[in-house]
Design a protein around this ligand. Structure first.
Ligand code: A3P
Length: 345
């Protein structure tokens, strides 16, 4: 009897021991694979000393977590000092174009360990009231970051606002400027769709796109309609070129960012002199959303809000043709100036 009990106990101990060793082996393998998911290579010298580059992935994620807490205002002064965090003026700005994919571009660039985004549109340079508050007000609106990181903000109103180029030039004449564009007619319809949704939310009625885009008196394209004017990219860009050389701009293909984001992001990394860190691992297609979503690590991923990727209303084909014909010469000029050609009709 005693012998039987001892044998049973030994059997139980053996099973428990095997389970413990198995779990330990699984954990070791899993932690190892976490590091392999996104190997960290040295960051370009511009972004700080080598010691910063050697932060292992998990430590980096921890630091990003900390940054997130600080951004929410949960940091004490002591923590900020201890971690050497600063609020830096942006080294690059996404200046437009509205409905071009500015939010997607900012969020996707934020996947890069050397980039920190300003979450809100600051509207410092286009809003006189904000601008009057001064550059320190603007800097205080920036997120906390490590000194080797770069801050990026996006305010698409900058692209079309008269005073903005000069104001940005006064802050930093060598700043890098990102412009994300889409096929101009599609962008105009997207712009209209956003305004329409706002009106519907307030139970207001609104004109049809056709009525706004075409002047009923002349039957020509209505250049007074803001959604049309914004899509004349070359007109706006020419104003910016009075202050900045074309080399300081990078044009992002917003239509390609929707269907194939990685190569577009890699071009931006190059333009910003960032080492290539965003990989296919960071971007996955979500069939329900119909868009690429973002994967920061094994536990944290997100898609853009539902307000990005609205269904556009049907627009009369003759109006679309008219608009495309109208934009054509402006597009040609835009290709010529920027050196980037698109397959727009
Ligand atoms: P639509 O709503 O017309 O589809 P912005 O951020 O400048 O307002 O641009 C909005 C546009 O970003 C959307 O226009 C959408 O097509 C585009 N976009 C690009 N990549 C996206 C993504 N991954 N998720 C959602 N929208 C994306």
């Amino acid at each position: 009897m005693l012998f039987k009990q001892q044998a049973l106990l030994r059997q139980k101990l053996f099973v428990l021991g095997s389970l413990a060793i198995g779990s330990l082996l699984y954990l070791v393998a899993r932690v190892g694979s976490l590091d392999r998911l996104q190997p960290l290579c040295p960051i370009d010298g511009r972004f700080g000393p080598r010691s910063q580059d050697d932060i292992p992935l998990r430590a980096l994620q921890f630091k990003r977590g900390l940054l997130h807490e600080f951004r929410k205002g949960n940091a004490t002064k002591e923590q900020i000092r201890l971690h050497n965090l600063v609020q830096q003026l942006p080294k690059a700005i996404i200046i437009g174009v509205r409905k071009g994919g500015t939010r997607a571009l900012l969020e996707m660039l934020n996947l890069h360990p050397a980039v920190v985004k300003a979450s809100q549109e600051i509207h410092f340079f286009d809003n006189d009231e904000n601008y009057a508050k001064g550059i320190e007000w603007y800097r205080k609106k920036m997120p906390f970051s490590y000194p080797h990181q770069i801050t990026i903000e996006k305010s698409p109103a900058y692209f079309i606002t008269e005073e903005v180029p000069e104001r940005i030039y006064k802050m930093n004449s060598s700043i890098k400027l990102l412009i994300i564009v889409r096929e101009p007619t599609t962008r105009a319809i997207s712009d209209y769709t956003q305004v329409l949704e706002g009106k519907e939310r307030k139970n207001k009625t609104y004109y049809k796109f056709e009525k706004l885009a075409i002047d009923p008196n002349t039957c020509e394209v209505n250049t007074k309609y803001k959604a049309v004017r914004t899509s004349i990219y070359t007109k706006h860009l020419e104003r910016w070129l009075k202050y900045f050389p074309i080399e300081q701009f990078h044009i992002v293909d917003g239509d390609r960012l929707i269907t194939e984001p990685l190569p577009e992001l890699q071009l931006v990394e190059k333009f910003l002199n960032l080492p290539p860190r965003i990989s296919q691992y960071n971007l996955y297609f979500n069939a329900t959303r119909g868009f690429y979503c973002l994967r920061f690590n094994v536990v944290f991923n997100k898609c853009l809000a539902g307000s990005k990727g609205r269904i556009h209303p049907e627009v009369d084909t003759s109006v679309i043709t008219k608009l495309r014909k109208f934009f054509h010469p402006f597009n040609q000029k835009f290709y010529q100036i920027t050196g980037r050609t698109f397959n727009w009709p």
